[in-house]
Design a protein around this ligand. Structure first.
Ligand code: G3P
Ligand code: CA
Length: 347
């Protein structure tokens, strides 16, 4: 008897098939996918998926169509839209439920009176402009800005906030640099908060958009992710797509694992800090997930935020050697180059 319930078996089989779908065949493509093409202990020794974290967020304002385009040009397999609701219930790509750090809203006199105390319990002390107070038409009048210090401001004020539907249209309209279909990795941000302020069910809305674009069956190049285990459990029961449990620390992983039916996810998205001990040895999180056939996609690799003080290329290689199956990076171009070095035996 299998250790996995039937649905989970189907989903894991679908998930393991995803890299094949991405590579198009079971041969070394020099990119993601073929079984045995990778020298490290990822599942099936397949090349780790390169997920463009918030787009090309190291170079351009995060969560813009132009940023996702650049990330794909830079070698990403997947683009990652974080999702929140507008006032009129449209899913839009934003990392935060507030708007001041990633848009020019503060410079718009017509919205000055909208600034208010947080409706989001996660940011209870914050005064800001909140996506949930703006209709889609109003959000579309804003322009994205670079929120990270030290990153280029060149593109500030140029690009709109995209809807999830627009992100999916973009994904369908093009391919990766190796001519593979584009993978989309949406994250439901704060689903409990959105439900609490009266929005429609986030799981239903995400799945409805995916269905509308023909990206909702087990073979679709989509992973759905969330930090909220209740949401992960709920949406897992609603879809054949692989669902990814995001965890910031071991306590969060343990809490999710303690829930009835766990693991009800087909991918694990841990903080990189959970995967190694102080001596750089594996903490066993990867091995435990792999023992259940669950791939591990840690976050976040950033050229300008070294891990343990090392160049990010060195850190990427160290985490590859641990056996990760995918990785989120703000700098897809770096991830692509480092991954290719490993594939081709370049030091
Ligand atoms: O979704 C993986 C990673 O993006 C989680 O961190 O806060 O950047 O969404 P965050
Ligand atoms: Ca995210």
């Amino acid at each position: 008897m299998s250790m996995f319930p039937a649905m989970m078996r189907i989903k894991i089989l679908g998930l393991l098939a995803l890299p094949f779908a991405l590579s198009g065949c079971d041969t070394l493509s020099g990119m993601t996918g073929a079984k045995g093409d990778w020298p490290y202990a990822s599942l099936g020794n397949r090349t780790p998926l390169l997920v463009a974290h918030r787009g090309a967020s190291g170079h351009m304002p995060e969560h813009t169509l132009e940023g996702y385009q650049r990330a794909l040009n830079d070698g990403a397999d997947c683009i990652e839209p974080d999702l929140v609701f507008s006032k009129d219930g449209v899913l839009v790509a934003r990392h935060d439920t507030y708007l001041s750090t990633t848009t020019d809203v503060a410079s718009k006199p017509e919205f000055a009176s909208r600034k208010r105390k947080s409706p989001d319990p996660e940011f209870s002390d914050r005064e800001d402009w909140w996506a949930a107070d703006f209709t889609l038409a109003e959000l579309k009048t804003l322009r994205a800005v670079q929120p990270f210090k030290g990153r280029p401001k060149t593109f500030d004020g140029l690009y709109q906030i995209p809807t999830f539907d627009e992100v999916l249209e973009l994904a369908k309209s093009r391919v990766t640099v190796t001519s593979e279909p584009v993978c989309v990795y949406p994250e439901a941000k704060s689903p409990a908060y959105h439900a609490g302020i009266g929005h429609a069910d986030m799981a239903e809305k995400i799945l409805a958009s995916l269905k509308k674009h023909g990206m909702d069956d087990a073979g679709s190049r989509v992973f759905i992710q969330s930090f909220e285990p209740d949401f992960v459990k709920k949406i897992d029961a609603m879809t054949d797509l692989p669902v990814v449990m995001l965890v910031s620390d071991k306590a969060a992983l343990d809490a999710a694992m303690a829930m009835p039916g766990a693991p009800f996810w087909q991918g694990l998205g841990p903080n990189t800090g959970m995967l190694r001990d102080a001596n750089g040895k594996s903490t066993g999180v990867i091995e435990a997930a792999h023992a259940k056939g669950i791939p591990v996609h840690p976050w976040t690799f950033r050229d300008d935020q070294p891990i343990d003080g090392k160049p990010i290329a060195t850190s990427m290689k160290e985490f590859f050697a641990l056996g990760i199956d995918g990785f989120f990076t703000d700098f897809a171009i770096t991830g692509y180059a480092v991954r290719n070095d490993v594939l081709h035996g370049v030091d």
